[in-house]
Design a protein around this ligand. Structure first.
Ligand SMILES: Cc1cc2nc3c(=O)[nH]c(=O)nc-3n(C[C@H](O)[C@H](O)[C@H](O)COP(=O)(O)O)c2cc1C
Length: 216
C-alpha cells in the first residue's frame, strides 16, 4: 500500500505560530479562551491524572503585586552583580530578561500555569510499597504534561487568530510566585499570555531534521 503525505492544515498552524509579545487591547471572546482551555485539557497525562491547572490572573491587585515582585527581583539582581567582574554584561542580561518578562502585564489575558502534586498510578504504588523511596521522574512527568497542555492551548489560539507566549523568565525574578498569588495547591511552572496580536514576528531559525535526529 502506498502512503502519501497529505497537505496538512495542522502543519500550517504549527509553522505559522509565533510567540507574540505585543497585543491589541481588545479582549478575546470568553468562548475562544474556553475552547483553548478545552484543547489543553485533551492533552495526554500519566495514568490520565490531568495535573495541569490554569490560573487566570484578572485581578488588577494580583497583577500589580506580581509586577512589584518582578521589579524588586530585578533590583535585587542588579544590586547583587554590582561588585562582579562582568557587571556590565550581567546587567544587559538582566535587563533583556526583564523586558522579556515585563510585557506579560500588558496583555489582555494572562494565566499562571502549574501542576498539582499527583503521583501517577504505577510509581505511586511502588512508593506505597516502599520499593521506590522517591520519585525523581515525577517532575519530568509534570513538566512534559504541562508542555503538552500548552501546545493544545497555543495551537487552538493560532487557529482562532489569537497570539500567545509562554514565559518562564518571570519565575527567575519572582521565586515565590505561589505565595504572591496566594496559591497553595498548585506549583507554578510558567505563565502564558493570550490576545489579538499587534506584531508579526519573523520565524526564528529552526534546526534541520539532521541536527535534531540521530539514529542508533
Ligand atoms: C518553556 C519556555 C519558556 C519561555 N520563556 C519565555 C520568556 O520568559 N519570555 C519570552 O518572551 N519568551 C519566552 N518563551 C518563548 C521563546 O522565546 C520562543 O518560543 C522562541 O524564541 C521561539 O520563537 P517562536 O515561539 O516565535 O517560534 C519561552 C518558551 C518556552 C517554550
Amino acid at each position: 500500500m502506498e502512503h502519501k503525505l497529505k497537505a496538512s492544515s495542522l502543519e500550517d498552524l504549527i509553522n505559522k505560530r509565533r510567540s507574540i509579545r505585543k497585543y491589541k487591547p481588545d479582549m478575546p471572546p470568553e468562548e475562544w479562551i474556553n475552547s483553548m482551555l478545552r484543547c489543553a485539557s485533551m492533552a495526554p497525562s500519566p495514568s490520565n491524572t490531568q495535573p495541569v491547572r490554569f490560573i487566570r490572573i484578572s485581578s488588577t491587585g494580583k497583577r500589580e503585586k506580581l509586577y512589584q515582585a518582578l521589579v524588586s527581583g530585578k533590583q535585587e539582581f542588579l544590586r547583587a552583580i554590582q561588585s562582579k567582574k562582568e557587571a556590565k554584561r550581567l546587567k544587559n542580561w538582566i535587563n533583556t530578561y526583564y523586558r522579556f518578562s515585563e510585557f506579560m502585564f500588558k496583555t489582555p489575558i494572562l494565566f499562571a500555569v502549574g501542576t498539582i502534586a499527583s503521583y501517577a498510578g504505577f510509581s505511586k504504588k511502588l512508593l506505597e510499597e516502599g520499593i521506590l523511596t522517591h520519585n525523581k521522574r515525577e517532575e519530568t512527568n509534570l513538566d512534559i504534561t504541562v508542555g503538552l497542555a500548552l501546545k493544545g492551548f497555543i495551537l487552538k489560539g493560532e487557529e482562532l487568530g489569537l497570539g500567545t507566549c509562554i514565559l518562564t523568565g518571570p519565575l527567575v525574578f519572582i521565586p515565590n510566585v505561589e505565595e504572591i498569588l496566594g496559591i497553595n495547591d498548585v506549583r507554578i511552572k510558567c505563565f502564558i499570555t493570550a490576545g489579538f496580536p499587534d506584531e508579526k514576528p519573523d520565524m526564528p531559525p529552526r534546526k534541520s531534521i539532521s541536527e535534531i535526529l540521530s539514529e542508533i
